[in-house]
Design a protein around this ligand. Structure first.
Ligand code: ATP
Length: 832
C-alpha cells in the first residue's frame, strides 16, 4: 500500500512551488509478501499493470498550459526489512535500497531564513571565499574585516527580524508587521536553491557572494577601479536574461514548438520524424551517436514515416567523431545534440529525449538547442516530466507551444511471478538486465550453461557499432542467438525484438555503494519489451519481471510510480564568458579557477540551473601544466573534450595527445596511444587468426537443439576486454579532436581504420566469452557473482592494464590455453 503524506504549501511557497521539488522524505513501505504470493497458483502473467494503446500513435493535442506536473511526489529507495531465506538468491550487497519512499515537503520561510543565517556565517569564514575575493582584487584587510562584518550584520538583521512564532502566525509568511521577512533577498531563488539542488549551499553561496559584491559596488569607500571591475564581473555573470535577449536571430523567428509527450513505445519519435521527412530542410538531434546513426540510416533508406522504403531522402550525419556527407546539398542532417548548428536556418528540427535538458553534465546542450535553434518548427520528444519546464521556457522566449500526448502502442504486462532465481526459465526473446560488466558476463555464462541459450551482449562501454551488431544478432531469429544480456544501455537507441524484460537487480554500483536505479531508467528499460511493429500482431505486447522474487514488488511499485519532474534546465556558461572573465582576473588565474569562478558567480533564470562543471574542472587541472604553452581557445577545446577521466587508460592517451601537441603541434596517433592498449589488440587479433574457420558466425549451421558454439577465448583475452573498450574511447577522442584541429590531428583515416579493427576485435571477444564449454555445476540456480569474484576480476584488469608489454601468444600457447579452459570445472572468470 502506498501511503502519501499530505503536502501543504504555505502561501509564500506558492510562487516557488512550480519549480520546487520536495526534499524531506517520509517513508511508505510497499513491499508485499512475495513468499505469500509464491504459493498461490496463478497464471505466469497478470495484466494488473497495463498501458494499453489508444488510437495507435494518434496524439491528443492539448493547450500548452493544461498540465503542470507540479507538486508530484518523487520516490527514493530505503532499507528493506525483508530478508528471505532463499539460498540461491543473489547475495545481498550493501545497498540501502529495497523499497520505495515518497518524498514530500517544501521548506518553510523560517527554515529558509535559518539556513541563510547559518550559511552567511559559514560563507564569511570559508577559506574559499577569502581566495575568491582576493582573486577579484580585494585587499587582504578588506576581506578579513569587511566580509565578516558584512555577513554578521546581514545574519543579525535576519535573526532579529520576526521570530519564528510571529512568522508562522503571519497571514503572509513573507511579511511580518508590514515588512519583508528576508529584506532584499530573493525568496523564490532561495527556496529553489534549497529544494532542487542536492548541492544547495553552492547556489545559496552564489546569492550571498553576489549580494556582497553589490554591497561593495555601492559602498563609497570601495576604490573606483575595484568598483568598476566588480560591476563588470557581476554583469558578465548575470545570465538571467539569456532566454529573452540572447540568440537574437532565433528570438525574431517566433518559432512553433511541438512537444511530443508519452511513455516509451508510444510513437513520439515516429510522429516527429514524419514532420521532419516532409520538410524541405531540417535536423534531427539525439543524445547518442547510436540514435543519430539510426535516424540517418532510416532517412536515407526511406524507412521513416512519410517516406517510401527504398526511396529515402539524402541525409547527412554529424557527430562529434564522425561526418558522413551523403550529399553536400542535402536538406537534412542527423546529429548528436552537441553538434546542432545554431547558425543554419531550417524548416523543421527534432530534438529527442528532451528530459535530458535537466542532466547536470550534458543538459546544457539541450537548453542551448531549445533557445537557439533557427527552425520555424521544433519538435521535442520526451517524458511528461518536462512539460511544465518547457511551458516556462517557451513563454520566456515568446514562442508558441502545442503539446501532443501519446499512450503506449502495445500493452506492457508485469509478471505475477519472478523467475525464482532459476535461469532455466529463460526463453527466446528474453532480455536480462544487469548493471555491471561482470554481472553481465556472469549471466551470459550461466544462461548459456544452464538454459542452453546463446546470448548477445550490450553495455555502455561498448562502441555504438558493436551494440548495433549485437542487437542485429539478437533480432535475427535462426542464428542461435536467442537471448540478450544487457546493462541500462539497452534503454535508449536500440530497436530490439524483446518479448520479456527481466531485471537481475534494480540496483547499480555508483562507485561508492549500491543505489537504486531511477524510476525513469527502470521505466525506460522495462518499456523496451513488446516494441510496436517488432513482433507478430497477436504477440500481446511486452512482459516484465525480475530474476529474484524479492525484487518483484519493488519493480511493480516503481512502474506505477510517477516520474520525478524536471524543474530546471541546465545552462552552460559559454566560452565567451570564460574568456571575458579571464581579462578581468589576474593573468596567473588558472583555467580551473576560471571555471570555478564562473560557477560560483553565475546567476541564471529561476527555471535554469548552472551546469555541473566538475568533470571539465578535473580535466582543466590535468592540463594546467601545459597552461603556458596553450592559447585560451586551445585550452578550452581540450577542457571540453569528451574524456572520461575515471578511465585511467583514456586519461593517459589524452595526456599523450596534449604532450605531442605542445611539443610539435602535431599528434601521431600510433605514437600517442599507450603501447599496452595496442599490444592487447594485437593479442586478440592473433587469437582470432588461430581460431578454427568453423567458428565464424557466417559459416555456422545451426539446427534446433544442436547449436554450434564457437570455441571460448582464453582468460587473458577476457581480461583484456576493458582495454579494448578503453582503446576504442581513446581513438574516438582522437577523431573528436581531429574534427576540431585537423592539421594538428591529421591521422583521421588511420584512426577510423583502427576503430574498425577494435570493433571487430570486441565483437569477436563477445561472441566467444566462455559459455557452454564449462562443466555444469551441481545447482541449476543462479548464484550471481560474489564480491570476491568481482574483486578478482577488477584486480586482474588492473594488473593487465599495468603490464603495458604483453607478449603475443604463439598458436601453440593459444591451443594450450584453450585446452586448459576446457578442463576447468569452475567458472573461468572466477579463476582468472
Ligand atoms: N502510427 C504508427 N504506425 C506504424 N508504426 C508506428 C506508428 N507509431 C509508432 N510506430 C512504431 O512503433 C515503434 C515505437 O515508436 P517510437 O519510436 O516513435 O516510440 P517512442 O514513443 O519515441 O518510444 P521511445 O521513447 O521508446 O523511443 C517504432 O518502431 C515506430 O516505428
Amino acid at each position: 500500500m502506498l501511503v502519501r503524506a499530505s503536502r501543504t504549501l504555505s502561501k509564500s511557497c506558492a510562487p516557488a512551488a512550480a519549480v520546487v521539488a520536495p526534499t524531506v522524505c517520509q517513508y511508505a513501505h510497499a513491499a508485499e509478501s512475495s513468499a505469500a504470493r509464491k504459493h498461490k497458483k496463478q497464471p505466469p502473467f497478470s495484466s494488473d499493470l497495463e498501458f494499453q494503446g489508444k488510437g495507435k500513435g494518434r496524439a491528443q493535442e492539448t493547450p500548452s498550459s493544461s498540465r503542470s506536473g507540479v507538486g508530484r511526489p518523487f520516490l527514493r529507495s530505503s532499507q528493506n526489512g525483508t530478508s528471505g531465506s532463499n539460498s540461491f538468491r543473489r547475495p545481498q550487497r550493501t545497498h540501502k535500497a529495497n523499497k520505495v519512499d515518497i518524498v514530500h515537503r517544501t521548506p518553510s520561510i523560517h527554515q529558509v531564513r535559518n539556513v541563510l543565517v547559518r550559511r552567511l556565517r559559514e560563507w564569511a569564514r570559508s577559506p574559499r571565499t577569502r581566495d575568491r575575493l582576493l582573486l577579484f582584487g580585494l585587499e587582504e584587510e578588506q576581506v578579513d574585516a569587511h566580509a565578516w562584518e558584512w555577513a554578521s550584520g546581514e545574519a543579525e538583521a535576519l535573526e532579529v527580524f520576526g521570530n519564528t512564532r510571529e512568522m508562522k502566525a503571519s497571514v503572509d509568511p513573507l511579511m511580518v508587521n508590514g515588512e519583508s521577512v528576508l529584506p532584499g533577498w530573493d525568496v523564490e531563488r532561495l527556496q529553489i536553491a534549497m529544494t532542487t539542488r542536492p548541492d544547495w549551499p553552492t547556489e545559496i553561496d552564489t546569492l550571498i557572494l553576489r549580494r556582497f559584491l553589490n554591497h561593495l559596488v555601492n559602498d563609497p569607500s570601495t576604490p573606483q577601479p575595484l568598483q568598476s571591475r566588480l560591476t563588470e564581473i557581476l554583469s558578465l555573470t548575470d545570465l538571467t536574461s539569456v532566454p529573452s535577449r540572447s540568440y537574437t536571430a532565433a528570438r525574431e523567428l517566433r518559432r512553433h514548438f511541438h512537444l511530443h509527450i508519452g511513455p516509451t513505445n508510444s510513437g513520439k519519435t515516429y510522429n516527429a520524424l514524419r514532420a521532419l521527412s516532409s520538410a524541405q530542410s531540417g535536423m534531427y538531434a539525439g543524445p547518442l551517436r547510436l540514435l543519430a546513426h539510426e535516424v540517418w540510416d532510416r532517412m536515407n533508406r526511406g524507412t521513416v514515416a512519410g517516406l517510401e522504403e527504398g526511396e529515402g531522402r539524402a541525409c547527412n550525419l554529424i557527430t562529434g567523431e564522425e561526418r558522413r556527407i551523403v550529399d553536400p546539398t542535402a536538406g537534412l542532417t542527423s546529429c548528436t545534440v552537441e553538434m546542432l548548428s545554431l547558425t543554419e536556418p531550417v524548416d523543421v528540427a527534432v530534438i529527442d529525449e528532451i528530459q535530458m535538458i535537466g542532466d547536470p553534465q550534458r543538459g546544457g546542450a539541450w537548453t542551448t538547442a531549445v533557445m537557439g535553434l533557427l527552425a520555424k518548427e521544433i519538435h521535442l520528444c520526451g517524458e511528461e516530466t518536462v512539460v511544465h519546464l518547457i511551458e516556462r521556457m517557451v513563454a520566456a522566449m515568446g514562442d508558441k507551444l502545442t503539446i501532443h500526448r501519446y499512450e503506449r502502442l502495445t500493452p506492457l504486462h508485469v509478471a505475477e511471478e519472478s523467475l525464482e532465481g532459476d535461469l532455466r526459465g529463460i526463453e527466446a526473446g528474453d532480455c536480462l538486465v544487469s548493471f555491471s560488466r561482470s554481472g553481465i558476463f556472469n549471466l551470459k555464462r550461466n544462461i548459456e550453461a544452464q538454459a542452453g541459450k546463446r546470448c548477445a551482449v550490450v553495455y555502455g562501454a561498448l562502441p555504438p557499432e558493436t551494440r548495433s551488431e549485437q542487437a542485429r544478432l539478437f533480432n535475427e531469429r535462426g542464428n542461435g542467438v536467442d537471448v540478450m544480456v544487457a546493462s541500462d544501455a539497452v534503454g535508449m537507441g536500440l530497436n530490439l525484438k524483446i518479448k520479456r524484460m527481466i531485471f537481475e537487480t534494480l540496483h547499480k554500483f555508483n562507485g561508492k555503494q549500491e543505489v537504486m536505479m531511477s524510476i525513469s531508467q527502470i521505466k525506460q528499460i522495462a518499456g523496451r519489451a513488446g516494441r510496436y511493429g517488432q513482433h507478430e500482431a497477436d504477440a500481446g505486447g511486452g512482459y516484465v519481471t525480475t530474476l529474484n522474487p524479492d525484487d518483484l514488488p519493488l519493480l511493480r511499485q516503481v512502474l506505477q510510480a510517477p516520474l520525478t519532474p524536471v524543474h530546471r534546465a541546465v545552462l552552460d556558461a559559454n566560452s565567451a564568458i570564460v574568456q571575458k572573465l579571464s581579462l578581468l582576473l589576474p593573468p596567473t588565474t588558472t583555467h580551473a579557477e576560471l571555471l570555478d569562478q564562473v560557477a560560483a558567480l553565475a546567476l541564471v533564470p529561476t527555471f535554469c540551473v548552472p551546469a555541473d562543471t566538475s568533470s571539465s574542472a578535473k580535466i582543466a587541472t590535468v592540463i594546467e601544466q601545459y597552461h603556458e604553452s596553450l592559447t585560451l581557445p586551445e585550452l578550452q577545446m581540450f577542457v571540453f573534450a569528451p574524456v572520461n577521466t575515471r578511465d585511467e587508460r583514456v586519461a593517459a592517451a589524452f595526456q599523450a595527445y596534449i604532450e605531442q601537441f605542445v611539443d610539435g603541434g602535431h599528434v601521431d596517433i600510433m605514437d600517442a596511444l599507450p603501447a599496452g592498449l595496442m599490444d592487447n589488440l594485437g593479442m586478440v587479433e592473433l587469437a582470432r587468426k588461430a581460431m578454427p574457420d568453423a567458428d565464424h558466425l557466417e559459416s555456422r549451421v545451426t539446427t534446433p537443439g544442436h547449436q554450434h558454439v564457437p570455441t571460448s577465448i582464453p582468460p587473458a583475452i577476457v581480461a583484456g576486454l576493458p582495454m579494448l573498450e578503453s582503446l576504442h574511447k581513446a581513438i574516438v577522442l582522437y577523431l573528436w579532436l581531429s574534427f576540431r584541429m585537423d592539421l594538428a590531428f591529421p591521422d583521421r583515416q588511420k584512426a577510423a581504420e583502427l576503430k574498425l579493427r577494435v570493433e571487430d576485435a570486441l565483437e569477436f571477444c563477445l561472441e566467444r566469452l566462455p559459455g557452454l564449454k564449462q562443466k555444469r555445476r551441481g545447482s541449476a540456480k543462479f548464484k550471481g557473482n560474489t564480491r570476491e569474484e568481482r574483486d578478482a576480476e577488477q584486480e586482474l584488469v588492473r594488473t593487465a592494464a599495468k603490464n603495458s608489454k604483453i607478449d603475443y601468444l604463439t598458436s601453440d600457447q593459444l591451443k594450450e590455453a584453450k585446452s586448459r579452459i576446457r578442463s576447468q570445472s569452475t567458472d573461468v572468470l572466477r579463476d582468472i
